[in-house]
Design a protein around this ligand. Structure first.
Ligand SMILES: Cc1cc2nc3c(=O)[nH]c(=O)nc-3n(C[C@H](O)[C@H](O)[C@H](O)COP(=O)(O)OP(=O)(O)OC[C@H]3O[C@@H](n4cnc5c(N)ncnc54)[C@H](O)[C@@H]3O)c2cc1C
Length: 361
């Protein structure tokens, strides 16, 4: 592991000053440290300075807090990115949940507020890694961790993601790699909370030296093939930025969400496939679904929105086993599996069917 200096700022301003300084070489933020220290031990990242943000103490919106904020107190930048705006009209104002970046995965999974108002997020956090890791790992670090592709994680393989010219997984051991959008890099996005937050239409609040900026999670995470994407990165975080809070619209009447994960080893393991669904049902008559977001995880370089499955689900208000099978099939339409991960196509289809059946039957 390279040697580095450690700083422990108390405020966001001090953190931004540290990030902006050029003395001592490139800097990296450390939150829980689970991922960044792993990368340093493997020699994949070699920052000269590590900035530990665990002690940040920003009042009044502490960075380790989960709270519900009334519609009239939502910052304009968040409000304008909420769902529901059309034809140039802004979305309606609504209450939102605000979660600080330093909230641990354990706190997310045990929060009664999230369990009742953002079930997909607390469920995803509760299934990540081990209880020990969940006590330390933070929401921000989970969203911003690097992919687990074993070629990327090994210093012996100068893969394309690390600036080389070859994707070793393409014709190599690609069992756990992407089945969608898998050119020019087939590593999957590693974050379980990102899958849930994409289904919940989350908005990120980012602090830069120039002020606060807001971005929908779904446009902040970017695959190499998307406009503005690059093979060496998974998101649009700039070097002088810090993630502060994550905002989620509070559910209205008839809205619910869930997250499901398939893994090899049941005690703890990385996912083979994940799905998060948020659904709004009508309040009268047969309570038919009126809006849905179906997000697949561990299948693409960023959480993958299964729009064909969403359309199939909204087609008619009646549901039986055959209808649900068709929704599952639609979820994997257009998949381009690699030499060793064809099994994921059926696995994902089955997982979507199971999740949709749980919500609708
Ligand atoms: C055995 C094991 C199993 C695992 N299983 C899963 C799993 O199933 N699903 C899953 O999602 N994850 C899994 N993980 C990964 C683990 O959850 C992540 O490594 C962890 O969540 C990272 O959080 P952290 O706070 O420790 O991040 P850190 O390591 O501190 O940071 C990660 C990255 O985010 C940046 N960063 C952190 N906070 C900020 C901020 N506020 N602003 C700007 N940049 C920031 C850091 O600079 C760094 O680049 C597993 C890990 C292990 C070891």
């Amino acid at each position: 592991m390279n040697s580095f200096t450690l700083t422990i700022p108390r405020t966001i301003k001090q953190t931004l000053d540290e990030l902006g300084s050029t003395k001592g070489g490139p800097a990296r933020i450390k939150a829980g440290g689970i991922d960044v220290l792993d990368l340093m031990k493997e020699g994949i990242e070699q920052p000269g300075r590590l900035i530990n943000i665990r002690q940040l103490d920003e009042k009044p919106h502490a960075l380790r807090e989960i709270s519900e904020v009334k519609a009239d107190a939502i910052p304009e930048g968040v409000w304008r990115l909420l769902p529901g705006g059309d034809n140039g009209n802004p979305p309606p104002r609504r209450d939102c949940l605000r979660i600080g970046t330093l909230t641990t995965l354990a706190e997310l999974s045990h929060s009664p507020l999230l369990q009742s108002k953002a079930a997909a997020l607390s469920e995803s956090a509760s299934l990540i890694a081990t209880p020990q890791i969940r006590q330390v790992a933070t929401l921000g670090g989970n969203l911003l961790q690097r992919p687990r592709c074993w070629y990327f994680r090994s210093a012996e393989y100068p893969c394309a993601k690390k600036g080389g010219s070859v994707c070793f997984a393409r014709d190599g051991e690609n069992d756990f790699h992407a089945i969608f959008d898998n050119q020019p890099c087939c590593a999957v996005h590693p974050s379980g909370t990102a899958v849930a937050l994409a289904a919940l239409d989350a908005v990120l609040a980012l602090q830069t030296p120039q002020g606060e900026r807001f971005a929908r999670l779904s446009s902040f995470l970017v695959s190499p093939s998307q406009p503005g994407g690059a093979i060496g990165r998974e998101n649009r975080l700039e070097e002088d930025m810090i993630l502060k809070n994550i905002w989620i619209p509070s559910p209205g009447p008839g809205e619910q969400s869930l997250y499901r994960k398939v893994k090899h080893k049941q005690s703890f393991d990385w996912p083979l496939a994940e799905v998060a669904i948020s659904l709004r049902r009508g309040l009268t008559g047969n309570k038919a679904p009126e809006a849905v977001r179906i997000i697949l995880g561990s299948v693409a370089p960023v959480p993958y929105r299964a729009r064909s499955a969403e359309a199939a689900l909204l087609q008619s208000p009646s549901f039986d086993a055959e209808r649900i099978r068709k929704i599952g099939q639609a979820a994997v339409s257009g998949a381009t599996p690699l030499s060793r991960n064809g099994y994921k196509v059926q696995l994902v289809s089955g997982l979507v069917q199971q999740a949709v059946a749980e919500l609708l039957l």
